[in-house]
Design a protein around this ligand. Structure first.
Ligand code: NAI
Ligand code: MG
Length: 353
């Protein structure tokens, strides 16, 4: 059956990197139809709305979405409802993309980019699964109130329902099944009741996934272990706030923003795929952007939403090959390597395929 992919190039370097990623996708000769639409600043310019109805409708009916990046100085002064970022947040909430997947992979060819010792990070390949639409970032009530004695008090509510925990848990167990079959659930169950429930639901789910080995770790220890011995992990699953912090820390173990893909999935595995970086206005339009994070996001899309794992493996192998050939965009350039443009990097991946 033909699958539909919606491409949202966005702003800044978005269109440049997405062009290369679509070129790579096209090379695979899969039964995939590609449509495109406006989002972010380019949508504001054309329609006044960062997430036009037409884009949202196309996003709802697509099997997967590939996004470049949104935003830029041109729109920074806009009121909240016509800011580019609103388009991105709108897509995440409208499509209920509650599961954020961020792999942290250290490519051996780029080992010098990490701040950690080579023996600690070489061969690193872990996946952080973060709950994205619940937890303390969304809990009610919230606010800043003035007490009777005149002192102000800030408050937020940390809440997760069983069903919210179960659906992110399922995504994480299924991801672990497709990888090293080990899942570490991160909580703070010695202090927070929410995460006592989190841990219980993960234990219940583990019975349905007997091939995955489940372990638990307190978040403070997890932060320490990520820096001390990150290779002990395979898949890590955690709530919104802990995941926000741990996924940034894990991503930076690899040292290079132009290489990091991400996925945000709904309950059926439909998802939006995008590089972790932004629209890089400082280098937009100059052919300097690294398209590999977006190309690797296509690989994630094939694996998680389009049931094409073999094609995903091929893309990842092709990326390894161009790195082996010494081809580098400016952000990952080092001595003895060959500096290439965005388009040349895309062409090299196509040639490697
Ligand atoms: P950024 O990630 O766009 O850029 C940070 C630095 O990394 C810049 O020096 C940039 O040139 C470089 N860089 C980023 N991606 C690169 C690539 N593929 N190849 C080579 N170099 C790359 O973050 P910044 O500067 O904080 O934000 C710029 C704009 O992007 C802002 O409007 C921000 O709101 C937006 N943004 C959008 C995101 C999204 O669409 N998901 C995420 C983060 C920021
Ligand atoms: Mg963050």
């Amino acid at each position: 059956m033909t699958k539909n992919v919606l491409v949202l190039p966005g702003d800044g370097i978005g269109p440049e990197i997405v062009t290369e990623a679509v070129k790579v996708l096209g090379t695979l000769n899969l039964d995939i139809e590609i449509d495109s639409a406006l989002v972010g600043g380019s949508a504001v310019d054309a329609t006044g709305n960062p997430l036009p109805e037409e884009t949202l409708n196309k996003a709802r009916s697509a099997d997967a979405i590939l996004l470049g990046a949104v935003g830029g100085p041109k729109w920074d002064g806009n009121p909240m409802e016509s800011r580019p970022e609103k388009g991105l947040l709108g897509l995440r909430s409208e499509l209920e993309l509650f599961a954020n997947f961020r792999p942290a992979i250290l490519y051996p060819q780029l080992a010098e980019a990490s701040t950690l010792k080579p023996e600690v990070v070489s061969g690193l390949d872990i996946l952080i699964v973060r709950e994205l639409t619940g937890g303390i970032y969304f809990g009610q009530p919230r606010g800043i109130r003035t007490l009777e004695n005149g002192e102000r008090e800030g408050y937020n509510t940390y809440v997760y329902s069983e069903s919210e925990i179960r659906r992110i848990g399922r995504q994480a167990f299924e991801a672990a099944q497709k990888r090293g079959k080990r899942l570490c659930s991160v909580d703070k169950s010695n202090v927070l009741e929410v995460t006592v429930l989190w841990k219980e639901v993960m234990e219940e789910l583990a019975k349905e996934y007997p091939d995955v080995e489940l372990s638990h770790m307190l978040v403070d220890n997890a932060a320490m272990q990520l820096v001390r011995a990150p290779k002990q992990f395979d898949v890590v699953v955690t709530g919104n706030m802990f995941g926000d912090i741990l996924s940034d820390a894990a991503a930076m173990l690899t040292g290079s923003i132009g290489m990091l893909p991400s996925a945000s999935l709904d309950k059926d595995g439909k998802g939006m795929y995008e590089p972790c970086h932004g629209s890089a206005p400082d280098i937009a339009g100059q052919g300097k952007a690294n398209p590999l994070a977006t190309i690797l996001s296509v690989a994630m899309m094939l694996r998680y939403s389009l049931d094409e794992s073999a094609a995903a493996d091929r893309i990842e192998a092709a990326v390894q090959k161009v790195l082996d050939q010494g081809l580098r965009t400016g952000d990952i350039m080092s001595e003895g390597c060959t500096l290439v443009s965005t388009e040349e990097m895309g062409d090299a991946v196509v040639a490697a395929l």
